[in-house]
Design a binder for this molecule. Structure first.
Ligand code: NAP
Length: 492
């Protein structure tokens, strides 16, 4: 398989975008660096500072001090700054999209989509900032009135993954800023560049320079243990794997730190006999291939009812065949590289194991020769439950399809996992769709569509998929403490 070539002009504009990134925003004279590579070419594209734990503690001190002042600004001021940040992010979308594609690999069109989605969180929280929640109630036995308010929680620690380097950052930073908190942000070492650009744009919009501190480091374990043990961190918001999330929860328990955990998924996508076939195929392809399948809400187990299964697998395989694999900067590419070689080797292993267990390989299944971490769009049908792929988060462009007979069986299989982030139901019978959705262990259910993410919706999971919600009004509350005032009243 030959991959598409990239237009020279696009390479130059992507290089210019990369060259514009201020790599050391802490400016502490750190000399150690680490390499960031383009997953499409494996070439080194930047060498940001590898900040030490001492650097991180200086950053924490700055964010903490700046946060105390910021907390006293008016909601109107914070909202105006966030509105300006939204405008600037959109103004600079070409630069941001190129940096995202270069460091993370997704096709440029999807990178533009991420810029808009990420900026939408900033606009959403610019609006939410103006509507602080609170209420009052009378003491039932008289003698006082109870007022409740929401106060900024204090200094936050925000740790993000590599798969949506911009959206995962703004989904945390924007609500923190909106309510009046400072933040230390630690992007994944694989993709730190986009977050650096976002932080620069926030400052340009009027966010105080010290309020949002971006720490780039290879020592994520040392970094988080040191910061979590420092009494100044009052909130940790983490997006990443369940394993690391539970380590952080252990540290949070020890130091009693409020936590939001957006963790791993293993989303079932259920297609019932009474589904609209075209809708189900379209929805399943989007839910599988968005971001190259490297999404926590990706359709991980496609479960199809016997009566529609053959037609679905046919249509789904044809659509997956249309995916154009290549460097995300190349014209027409719809499936970029995956993040690293370890991921490629993992898909090879999962496909071989599934076939060994009796699965039917309908499409793809291998990695093309040459540079870059690519893997073909792959379809496996009749995957038995004993295959490893039926029980693991795939995080790539490999679709695993199994068949079921009854609604009960579908629900039991869908829920037969420790995870509960997203799930999807396709049925034209509204009663069935809602009944099944109600019975799924999931924080989010897509009904007759393959997308659940939306700034206005509370994003998050149940069971091992996490704690807390991001986005929407609920996402703001994660950065606030409830306080009440007990106001003495004259007896009547
Ligand atoms: P990961 O390995 O858990 O890494 C996530 C972040 O944690 C990165 O910044 C990483 O930094 C850092 N980290 C790694 N080890 C750490 C440690 N010992 N202490 C503190 N921080 C540590 O996850 P990933 O591979 O980047 O992302 C994939 C996972 O994230 C998948 O399971 C996916 O489902 C999940 N995810 C969930 C959501 C959601 O909203 N629920 C969204 C996106 C992704 P370094 O990489 O620099 O070490």
């Amino acid at each position: 398989m030959t991959l598409r070539t990239v237009d020279q002009q696009l390479i130059e504009s992507a290089d210019a975008a990369l060259a514009s990134v201020v790599l050391d925003r802490l400016d502490l004279g750190t000399t150690a660096t680490f390499e960031v590579r383009d997953p499409a070419t494996e070439r080194v594209i930047a060498t940001p500072p590898d900040h030490s734990i001492e650097d991180a503690l200086v950053a924490l001190g700055r964010a903490d001090a700046a946060g105390k002042t910021w907390a006293r600004t008016t909601a109107r001021h914070r909202s105006d700054v966030l509105h300006r940040a939204y405008d600037l992010l959109i103004e600079q979308k070409d630069r941001l999209a190129r940096v995202i594609t270069r460091e993370m690999g997704k096709p440029l069109a999807e990178a533009y989509g991420e810029v808009q989605y990420a900026a939408d969180y900033v606009r959403w929280y610019a609006e939410e900032a103006l509507r602080p929640a609170g209420n009052f109630r009378e003491n039932p036995v008289g003698g006082s009135t109870i007022l409740t308010t929401r106060a900024p929680i204090g200094t936050t620690l925000l740790i993000t993954p590599w798969n949506f380097p911009m959206a995962m950052a703004t989904r945390k930073i924007a609500p923190a800023i909106a309510v009046g908190c400072g933040a230390v942000v630690k992007p994944a070492a694989l993709t730190p560049l986009t977050t650096l650009v976002v932080a620069e744009i926030f400052v340009e919009a009027g966010v105080p320079a010290d309020l949002v501190q971006v720490v780039t480091t290879k020592n994520s374990a040392g970094f988080s243990s040191a910061l979590m043990a420092d009494g100044r961190v009052r909130k940790v918001s983490f997006t990443g794997s369940t394993g690391i999330g539970s380590v952080l929860l252990g540290q949070a328990a020890e130091h009693v730190i409020k936590s939001s955990m957006e963790l791993g998924g293993n989303a079932p996508l259920l297609v019932f006999d009474d589904a609209d076939l075209e809708r189900a195929v379209e929805g399943a392809v989007v839910a599988k291939l968005r971001n190259g399948g490297q999404s926590c809400v990706a359709a991980n187990r496609i479960l199809v009812q016997d009566g529609i299964a053959d037609a679905f697998v046919e249509g789904f395989t044809e659509k997956m065949r249309e995916a154009v694999l290549g460097n995300g900067l190349a014209e027409g590419v719809t499936l970029g590289p995956v993040i690293d070689d370890r991921a490629v080797r993992g898909f090879e292993r999962l496909v071989a194991d599934a076939v060994e267990h009796g699965a039917d390989l309908r499409l793809g299944g291998s990695a093309p020769e040459g540079d870059g971490h690519f893997f073909e769009a792959t379809v496996l049908d009749r995957v038995p439950e004993t295959a490893e792929i039926a029980n693991t988060e795939i995080f790539g462009p490999v679709a695993s399809i199994a068949r079921f007979g009854t609604e009960e069986e579908a629900i039991e299989r869908a829920n037969g996992t420790p995870f509960g982030l997203a799930s999807y139901v396709f049925s034209e019978n509204i009663d069935r769709a809602f009944d099944v959705a109600d019975r799924l262990d999931a924080g989010m259910v897509g009904i007759n569509q393959g997308i659940v993410s939306n700034v206005a919706a509370p994003f998050g999971g149940v069971k091992a998929s996490g704690l807390g919600r991001e986005g929407s009004g609920e996402g703001l509350e994660e950065y606030q403490e409830i306080r009440f005032y007990n106001l003495a009243r004259r007896a009547r």
